[in-house]
Design a binder for this molecule. Sequence first.
Ligand code: GLV
Length: 309
Amino acid sequence: MRVLIYHRDADQWRDVLRSRLPEATFDIAGDSGNPPADFLVAWKPPVSLLEEQTTLKGIVNLGAGVDALLQNPALPRDIPIVKLRDAGMGELIADYVRYGVFHFQRDFDRYRRQQASHEWREFDVVDKRDWGIGVLGLGAIGSHVAKALTADGFPVHGWSRTPKRIEGITCHDGDDGLDGLLGQVRTLVTLLPDTPATRQIVNRDTLAKLPPGASLINPGRGTLIDEAALLEALGKGTEEGQLRGALLDAFPAEPLAADSPLWSHPRILVTPHMAGPTPLGAAADQVADALNAMSKGEAVETIDPDAGY
Ligand code: GLV
């Protein structure tokens, strides 16, 4: 089988995949002018690459989110598309979220501001058992995060489009379920895929349904958040508004524009889409398994382009 790799670290991917599939031929793709391949292993391939590759029998997306791929007008619709499922990203994102939750629950946000004015004042700790957390999105990564927070001792509410059952998590679904969840959580974590149904799901209405002083952590997709509504709910300056603070890793346009007001807001932490870098080892196993199965014509777990994930 001939495999074309399109990725910033294509050399590394080629080496780890070659060691797993010694029979296959791997080429590193440029934007165009590449040899015809049976399979494409790629993160955000350009239109020109998909247009020229007319013999593909399958695509492996080198990430968990398929939003960018599905928005590519040259994406073939009649071949299997496989995405990474957790592949070590769940643990990394869970650590990112736990950092954020403790940042707010143990008042590090407030202590940082106090330090700036050399102020020595201790806050009473809100017990973890009283610090409800809502996780929107219970896919491979969302459920990993929800379980990690439960193991830390927080009451966790999860929300998904369709009903789910996860031990130890209070699961909600549908519009009414979302309203029920929002009223009970002090931190909201967004881990939904970017689809027409989830875009700006965190908006003026949803933010108003959170208890005053709630916080937001978004390691998912920037499109999930209505940024103007977020800034409005935060209010200005260091005084906590309806929303106490936000930890944001994903933005509708990346890199985040230098003049974005999010950079300098005193109660927003911005990170550069680093919550869940794809770990090569676990991911390479998944990619190799998928290529192997597809090359033999065996069934693989494909994405649902209509659902968008
Ligand atoms: C990263 O954002 C991914 O979807 O894996």
